[in-house]
Design a protein around this ligand. Sequence first.
Ligand code: SF4
Length: 339
Amino acid sequence: MNYFSDLKEHLIKDGQHSYRYDQLYRALTIENVQSFDKISNFPKELRGGLKKCFPNFFPAVTDKVTGSDCVKFLIELKDGLKVESVLIHDDKRGSNTVCCSSQVGCKLNCSFCATAEMGFIRDLDQWEIASQVFIAADHLRGSNEKITNAVIMGMGEPFLNYDNLIKALDLLNDEDGFSLGARRIAVSTAGITPMIKRFSKASQFNLAISLHSPFQKEREQLMPIAKKYPLWQLMKAAEQYVLDTSRKVMLEYLLLDGINTSPRHLDRLKELTKNKLFTINLVKYHPTASMYTSPGDKEISLIMDYLRNSGGDVTLRRSKGVDIDAACGQLAIKETPSK
Ligand code: SF4
């Protein structure tokens, strides 16, 4: 479904002047209204007509859980399925980042992931992906804050829903609309290698890769997709991406106590990233029902120091939202029957 051409067609059929579409586009993508009723410069009949023809147009927030530095939204889609997004505030950086989902569920079955337990249900469309950012922007209405970044790191594998993903990011990036800079948008893949090349050619958006282990066999245990797209192939594609785009790739490394944090792992990780094309983003694991746990804060500091000793570019994703089940899928899974 192309929501915007359908809306345009509706307005034309309704005999509206073309400026009405511009007003509507602005209301949806700049003002981020969450209901046709909120388009104050539309006459009542026009708003009523839109409501009638496009019921359930706006994904609805059915639950909002607020933690110390983040808000998690549970969002109901037009068919009743639910996904979640998280708005993360970082005082130090002055940023408000929305972590968006790209699919309902996921078929990649990573062993540490709450979403994987749902199985795959369906792809999100352009509007459903972009709306997660618009909902977060609406949440900030009235404050002095605005959305500064979007990351597609929530439920689902974005590169398995590539066309809708790119359409959604283009919508967020549109200068005549929400106008979120391409460099402020990042997409995280579990390693769908062939799509990395396509992504580098098609977009200015940033790339992140979920690495999680520097060893092929162990990575396969954590992320079964690694059997199809082996580590050597993934790293080659990532290096090529950096050469093609002159943008560093973020390697996400979930810290799993006793699994991937030994000196052997860290040395291999250093080896893989020694050409300095990558930033290693260590991610503290949010406990889920899985068997994994996170190392303690002291050990995480030692890991960071160890990786930085050789001059590596290493960051730590601060542990936000532990109090609100902020790991992807933890809220939605409670409300979605597994397949
Ligand atoms: S970690 Fe991401 S890719 Fe892996 S199963 Fe979960 S949602 Fe899918």
